[in-house]
Ligand binder design. Structure first.
Ligand code: RB5
Length: 149
């Protein structure tokens, strides 16, 4: 599984922790699109880089981080083809895969401790989409991209 990960300055420390967690999984290849320091950057630019890889199929899934996870999840969900789930607990992370087929996980580096964030990532990686009735709903969600409000 290829995973592209990125964060703004608010999530840069958590990004390094998550990369260590991802090393536990055999067969996961990680691409880090930054940021790499504490200098302020704009989270929409990071969301675009990560999601571009997912939409193009270069990454199977993406992980995005900012201070709260809110800004970068909003930005990611503006990109056609992206279903980003902002997760602060293991159950939500698991269900975002099983029911929502989330292809991007968003978290807040200033909200979550390294331990809970690691468990969220593990659950999100291990969980698979259940399809069935959820597939119909996801189809409808994706159709919203082409519809007038
Ligand atoms: C940056 O200071 C902060 O606004 C950003 O990381 C994020 O929390 C936005 O939603």
């Amino acid at each position: 599984m290829n995973i592209t990960i990125g964060s703004d300055h608010g999530g840069v420390e958590l990004k390094d922790e998550i990369k260590m967690v991802l090393r536990e999984f055999e067969g996961i290849r990680v691409k880090d699109v930054g940021t790499f320091g504490r200098e302020a950057v704009d989270y929409p630019d990071i969301a675009r880089k990560v999601c571009a890889d997912v939409v193009a199929g270069h990454a199977d899934r993406g992980i995005v981080l900012c201070g709260t996870g809110v800004g970068i999840s909003i930005a990611a969900n503006k990109i056609p083809g992206i279903r980003a789930a902002l997760c602060g607990d293991v159950y939500t992370a698991m269900m975002s895969r099983r029911h929502n087929d989330a292809n991007v996980l968003a978290m807040g580096g200033r909200v979550l401790g390294f331990g809970p964030a690691g468990e969220i990532v593990r659950a999100w990686i291990r969980s698979e989409f259940e399809g069935g009735r959820h597939a119909r709903r996801i189809e409808k969600v994706m159709e919203l991209e082409d519809q007038e409000a």
